[in-house]
Design a protein around this ligand. Structure first.
Ligand SMILES: NC(=O)c1ccc[n+]([C@@H]2O[C@H](COP(=O)([O-])OP(=O)(O)OC[C@H]3O[C@@H](n4cnc5c(N)ncnc54)[C@H](OP(=O)(O)O)[C@@H]3O)[C@@H](O)[C@H]2O)c1
Length: 265
C-alpha cells in the first residue's frame, strides 16, 4: 500500500468518539495508512464519563484523538460531559504516557460565552492546555451535515430564524482529513483552524440546505436570532483570517450531489 507507514512506524491511535460522524471517518483514513486504530466509545466498551475501559484502550497508544460529543446539549449537561470526560481522559493519558492529544473544537468557540455549548468547549480546551499532555486543538467551522440540526434548533412554528452572518460550512470528510493529518503530525501545543472553501450568509445556507431536503420551512433572516443560546456578530462563526485557515475542498454543491447519490439511511 503506497500510504503505509515505513516498517516500525506503525502508530497505535485511540479515537474517543470513534463511532461518531467524524470519528468513523478519521478511523477509516488512519487505518488505510496502516496504523493500529481503536475506535473507542460507550458502544465499544470505552466510556470517558465513567472511566470504563479507558486505561485498557490506551495501553501502548502514542496518540489519542478526542472527537466525542455530549449526548445532551443542555448547557449543564454539556459542561459536565466535556469537563468530566476530558479530565478522565487526560489523567489516563498521563498514566499511559501518551505523546499527543488531538481534540476537535469549534472556530470562534472563545468568542461566544453566552452559549452553554461554546462555554463547555472552551472548558475542554482549557483542560487540554493545562493537562500536561502534548496537544493539538483543531477548530472546525460548522459541518454541512449539521444544517438540519441547526434549523431544528432555530424553528418557531413553520419559520426558522437565522442571523444573516458570515458562514463557512465544511464537509465532514474535509474535517476528518484535517484531524487525521493533525494526529500524524507533531503536537503543536496550540490551535489550527479548518473551514469550508466558500462563504455564505448563514440564513442563505440554511435555506438552501432545507430546500435540498424538500423541507418547506421558511427561513427568516433575523439579526436577533440566537444560535444555541447566543447572539451572533458578523464574524462569530468564521475564522478571523480565512487566509491562515486550512480550507476544505468540498463545495456545498458537491456535498449535496454526494448526499443525493448516497443510499438512504
Ligand atoms: N457539529 C458541528 O458543526 C461541529 C463543528 C466543529 C466541531 N464539532 C465537534 O466535533 C466533535 C465530534 O462531533 P460529531 O458530530 O462527529 O459527534 P457524533 O457523531 O455525535 O459522535 C459522538 C461520539 O461521541 C461518543 N461518546 C458519547 N459519549 C461518550 C462517552 N461517555 N465516552 C466516550 N465516547 C462517547 C459517541 O459514542 P456512542 O456512539 O457509543 O454513543 C460517538 O462516537 C464534537 O466534539 C463537536 O464539538 C462539531
Amino acid at each position: 500500500m503506497a500510504d503505509a507507514p515505513p516498517e516500525g512506524n506503525i502508530v497505535k491511535i485511540v479515537i474517543i468518539g470513534g463511532t461518531g460522524l467524524i470519528g468513523s471517518k478519521v478511523a477509516e483514513r488512519l487505518r488505510s495508512k496502516g496504523h493500529e486504530v481503536v475506535a473507542a466509545s460507550p458502544n465499544t466498551g470505552v466510556n470517558t464519563m465513567t472511566g470504563e475501559g479507558v486505561a485498557e484502550a490506551l495501553e501502548g497508544a502514542q496518540v489519542v484523538i478526542d472527537v466525542s460529543n455530549s449526548p445532551s446539549f443542555a448547557p449543564d449537561d454539556v459542561m459536565t460531559f466535556f469537563e468530566t470526560s476530558t479530565g478522565n481522559l487526560l489523567a489516563a493519558e498521563r498514566e499511559a504516557g501518551v505523546g499527543h492529544h488531538v481534540a476537535l473544537s469549534i472556530v470562534g468557540s472563545d468568542g461566544l460565552p453566552d452559549s452553554g455549548y461554546m462555554r463547555a468547549k472552551v472548558a475542554q480546551e482549557r483542560l487540554i492546555r493545562d493537562g500536561g499532555v502534548p496537544f493539538t486543538i483543531v477548530h472546525a467551522t460548522q459541518f454541512m451535515e449539521f444544517g438540519a440540526g441547526i434549523a431544528d434548533s432555530a424553528t418557531d412554528g413553520d419559520e426558522v430564524h437565522i442571523a444573516p452572518v458570515k458562514f463557512r460550512p465544511i464537509a465532514s470528510d474535509d474535517v476528518a482529513d484535517a484531524v487525521a493529518d493533525a494526529a500524524l503530525g507533531e503536537p503543536i501545543g496550540g490551535d489550527v483552524e479548518v473551514a469550508g472553501p466558500e462563504e455564505f450568509r448563514f440564513d442563505e445556507f440554511i435555506a438552501e440546505a432545507l430546500a435540498a431536503r424538500g423541507d418547506t420551512r421558511t427561513v427568516v433572516a433575523d439579526p436577533a436570532a440566537e444560535y444555541f443560546g447566543t447572539k451572533l456578530a458578523d464574524g462569530s462563526l468564521v475564522p478571523a483570517d480565512a487566509s491562515t485557515a486550512r480550507l476544505g475542498t468540498t463545495t456545498f454543491e458537491q456535498w449535496k450531489a454526494a448526499q443525493a447519490a448516497a443510499p438512504a439511511r
